[in-house]
Design a protein around this ligand. Structure first.
Ligand code: NAD
Length: 255
């Protein structure tokens, strides 16, 4: 990934932060995007201390103007864009429970960030990704972040599940529409991962025992394990992988 320009959303926490750290270790040049300006500054400072070239941009991925502006700033600062990882996402407790009890505001809010946010980032990044692929004579790459919730109906919220199903379908469409323009698009579907989103519940012994029963590897994921897959999908090692939906879930979806 040496010198490769990559934009990562949701960079201030969890999987997005781990993706940035992994890409930085591989020599990528980064645009870090998140709506949480304070946490973002902390992640950026740590990366800067390790000598990574990067820019941090505060933006809300559900707002079109924010996304347009963030990508313009990133391209101006980095000199182009060769990769994107869309990690920004939310999960709301009010989304849990039977679908008939979920209020429309919750459903719409979750879709706005998880699905519309992914669409907007892809929409504004694609022209730059196509340009970079043509210049490099290779491919550019988008890795979207879905969830195993989008692959199965096991009850993780109506909005969350629908949003992730949408991300999976959108990924396939992008792979189809932009493959011949040099952009590979793949979707990572993490299983339960130990991040601030899961709020440490994966460390609660009772919860952990219940979770493990459904995971053949008998443990939850660490964000670095998801980041490793994102890094692979962006790299030339994945040069013939396009339109794939890859669960990184310890085998949970085979049970
Ligand atoms: P996290 O809460 O640790 O990180 C999410 C980041 O996204 C935060 O920094 C947050 O500020 C940012 N964000 C939220 N809304 C935003 C917006 N509108 N604009 C810009 N930034 C925004 O969560 P995580 O676990 O690292 O989740 C990352 C992605 O992985 C999400 O899409 C999530 O749905 C997905 N995922 C997580 C798990 C899990 O178990 N943790 C499992 C499957 C999928």
């Amino acid at each position: 990934m040496s010198g490769r320009t990559v934009l990562v959303t949701g960079a201030a926490s969890g999987i997005g932060q781990a993706v940035c750290e992994r890409l930085a270790a591989e020599g990528a040049v980064l645009a870090l995007v998140d709506r949480d300006q304070e946490r973002l500054a902390g992640v950026a400072e740590a990366l800067g201390g390790n000598g990574t070239r990067h820019i941090a941009i505060a933006a809300d991925v559900s707002r079109e103007n924010d996304v347009r502006g963030a990508i313009e700033r990133a391209v101006a600062a980095l000199g182009g864009l060769r990769g994107v990882v869309t990690c920004a996402g939310i999960f709301e407790p009010s989304d849990l429970g039977p679908a008939a009890d979920v209020d429309l505001d919750t459903f719409a809010r979750v879709l706005a960030v998880n699905l519309t946010g992914t669409f907007l980032v892809a929409k504004y990044a694609l022209p730059h990704l196509m340009h970079a692929a043509a210049e490099a004579g290779g491919s550019s790459s988008i890795a979207t972040i879905g969830s195993t919730a989008g692959l199965r109906g096991h009850g993780h919220g109506a909005g969350y599940t629908a949003s992730k199903g949408g991300v999976i379908s959108l990924t396939r469409l992008l792979a189809f529409q932009y493959g011949d323009k040099g952009v590979r698009t793949n979707c990572i579907c993490p299983g339960f991962t130990d991040t601030p989103m899961t709020g440490g519940s994966g460390r609660d012994p009772v919860m952990l025992r219940a979770l493990r029963r459904g995971i053949p590897l008998r443990r939850i994921a660490q964000p670095e394990e998801i980041a490793a897959l994102a890094c692979f999908l962006l790299s030339d090692a994945a040069s013939y992988i396009n339109g794939q939906i890859i669960a990184a879930d310890g085998g949970a979806t085979v049970t």
